[in-house]
Write a protein of this length. Sequence first.
Lengths: 333, 371
Amino acid sequence: MKKQDGNNVGSVTHHASRFTHRASRITGSDIAVKIENMRRTFGAFVAVDNISLEIKKGEIFGFLGPNGAGKSTTIRMLCGLLMPSGGSGTVGGLDIAKNPEGIKRIVGYMSQRFSLYDDLTVEENINFFSGVYNVPKEKKLERKEWVLDMAGIADRRGSLTRDLAGGFKQRLALGCAILHEPPILFLDEPTSGVDPVSRRNFWHLIDDMSQAGRTVFVTTHYMDEADYCDRLALIYRGRIIAEGTPSELRHEYMKRDVLELEVDRVVEAMDVLSKSGIDAAIFGSTLHITVESESTGRQQITAALEASGIKVKGCEKIVPSLEDVFVTLIEVS
Amino acid sequence: MRLIRIKAVTKKEIIQIRRDPLSLAMAFLLPALLIFIYGYAVTFDVDKITTVIYDMDKSSVSRELIDQVSQSGYFAIVAYLDQHEEIDAYLDKGNAQVAIAIPVDFSKRVRTGRDARIEVIIDGSNSNTATIAQGYINAIAETFPQRILGSGSRITPLIDSRNRVWYNTELKSRNFIIPGLIAVIMAVIIALLTSMTVAREWDRGTMEQLISTPVKPVELVIGKLIPYFIIGFVDTVLSILISVNLFGVPLRGSFTLLLALSSIFLFGGLSLGILISIVARNQTVASQMAMLSSLLPAFLLSGFLFSISNMPGPLQIITYLIPARYFVTILKGIFLKGISIQFLLWEAVLLTIYGIAVFLLAVKKLRKRID
């Protein structure tokens, strides 16, 4: 079943289509992560500025934002690696400020930078993390085989980790972070720097984790990955500027219309439009333009372009992509 | 504290050391190499002092004196000169350290029992060698008339002191330098070895993953200490074997006691390295800090070469804080004096306290946080 977008949202829905909508089986009272007015400053710099969130058990919660928006800082505070400068929060019912070590027992964390030992083999890395996570002896072998199988590297168990391709490394890192079967997972940009096919496979793994009842908190700066998530928060300059399901974000935050314009000379057309005060963004071979209303917008655009001799081949109202939403929200804030 | 986690950390460290040829070489070859080099290089024994002779007398008596000088074994005669001016050139260029000029009337004066003089010029730029050379020549000069004139000489010493040297009978400087050298080298090696372990994890980014796990600081520190303790222990055994077998330093006391006390020293030194690594968070800074904090005090303030009792008061007090000081005492005591534990109890206790204190500080400083 498709996510309830109601409209064609482009190629993204294509991968999202195999995901089932899980919102129905999440009951309101099971909260996995809850933070209130959390803040973190580094000197004068405010990295995270009073954010509040509630994440339900079993949810895939996407934390979206450009680089430097405060995603990693937030995730590190939630994992007990960084002390909040203010505010409060719980992870799995444990207080972030008071019991960070307790949190470390019940979460799995995958940091943004690949951080397994690249001078250890695949199997040695798994053995090490299964040791520090205190995986019971009788389960060790089973868990190891599970990770090798999940990451698809059973035949490379003896290879040095540094020799693995990016996608395999990523999956091994995920595997090592969940050897102890934590109920809550924090993944910091797990798909950055990985090829598109591996990225898609990785999201399938994340979906499997969620199916198994785990809560997944995942950050990304790839907007097209947002549709894999049950719920999203958009973070920009340390503040949450929007929150909701992907479809809520598209419809509720986007009061204005988005037009997709098909023209011959895209760059030239964008220049012409910006001279007449209309902001456009390039999407492939088309331009996306946010307008107050569809009909007046279309007239303005066509008039401006035809005055400069650029022929408008097509002008359609589309369902905004999350990138459109994000760009608009940033302009507003 | 869980054994399973300590074991996992230790195992991982061992694999990493094994795969890193550079750290392997540093761990096992460097100490042996240093003992070897320093054992040969650092010696205060003076022999084969380069010497030039300007003999104006050219008599059988003067030749006898020259023979005495050359046969003493301390002097190597490099040239016989014909002019006094040539002496300057030899000493200036450093081709000779000592010049002996024998005046024309030397033999006459010796035979008639008058004051016979020889001129001895010594290069004082190396004061240690100069002092010793002076001593040797004086000794030869004092007994020379007796030898020439026979037993009927009127020169007899007033006090006949019969000296006996204990512990290092032949007064070989090597015997007292090498045991102390083991302390200096081990102090540096073990601090350097462990100074990398935590800093490397920060540098490579693996620390972030590690501190997100439930592993406890004490487990991490113990887990990382174990493999380096084994290396340090092997190094100590190697150093002792080289000292005894290659340099012939006598090991008069108990080998087991020496190893037991060395282990206490190792524990403290390795903990210091880890502490530095934890505080520095950066391999370059950590290795420099480890080098400075181990080498300088161990070399200068341990009593290894420079006697602590000759130091100014405040400096003497500081030496009590240097663990190498106690280890030097232990090494010299067991090697040369063959003393047993009851004479080394104080050192053993202080080293233990030092080790535990540094270890606890390292555990406390290892905070599982990024900030």
